[in-house]
Write a protein that binds this ligand. Structure first.
Ligand code: IMP
Length: 206
């Protein structure tokens, strides 16, 4: 069985990547199952730089093909913030609730027409030294005035998708995983992986 490591500890994200990639006979390992227990310093300036940093760190240690993503929310009224700092917007180790509370506080009094935001995801597959596949996905929406919905993670309760008139957290996971930034990035990455067959896949065997 071919094995690929998902370079993340975010359970919500891992579940989504598993569902979106649906690679059939490939076993997708999380970091602990792959024996990788270190913390990775995400000091890139862009989502793509951070995705590459994560995948490279894990590939170098584990020696198996690795998929990684870096993602976040870019809010127009905040000049694109929090962007690559989305996970630690309210400080190191911040909870989703603290990040969401800070975002609402900063947008207090900002009308709906000026609350535009995007979820962005950069995804990579590293399958050998210097051998990479890359893809990006983005979805546009706006920031709600108050959280709504229980599904998903992170900023999902605040992110309204105009085509549904609902927050990401109000959508069933299967719907989020068909339309999200991560769905677009990993959908494309999966397509590239299948296209690359056989050059990529034989390397997955260990
Ligand atoms: P990462 O693990 O460094 O990519 O951090 C991503 C952070 O961006 C998460 O902790 C969330 O705060 C936010 N984020 C990324 N993708 C999503 C999503 O699909 N829904 C909600 N928040 C997200």
């Amino acid at each position: 069985m071919k094995r690929i490591v998902i370079a993340s500890r975010n359970r919500g994200k891992i579940a989504e990547i598993r569902e979106i990639l649906s690679l059939g006979d490939v076993e997708l390992l999380d970091l602990d199952s792959a024996g990788f227990h270190e913390r990775i310093e995400e000091n890139g300036r862009t989502f793509m730089e951070n995705a590459v940093i994560k995948a490279r760190a894990v590939f170098t240690r584990v020696g198996l093909p690795v998929v990684a993503d870096d993602s976040g929310i870019a809010v127009e009224a905040l000049g694109g913030r929090p962007g690559v700092k989305s996970a630690r917007f309210a400080g190191p180790g911040a909870t989703d609730e603290e990040n969401n509370a800070l975002l609402l506080e900063l947008l207090k009094g900002v009308p709906e027409s000026a609350r535009g935001a995007s979820f962005i995801c950069s995804a990579v597959l590293c399958f050998g030294r210097g051998e990479w596949l890359r893809a990006e996905g983005r979805v546009d929406g706006f920031v709600a005035g108050a959280p709504a919905g229980e599904n998903g993670f992170g900023y999902d309760p605040l992110f309204i998708l105009p085509s549904f008139g609902k927050t990401m957290a109000e959508l069933p996971p299967a719907v989020k995983n068909a339309v999200s930034h991560r769905a677009k990035a990993f959908g494309e990455l999966g397509r590239l992986m299948r296209l690359e067959e056989p050059p990529v896949f034989p390397r997955f065997r260990r």
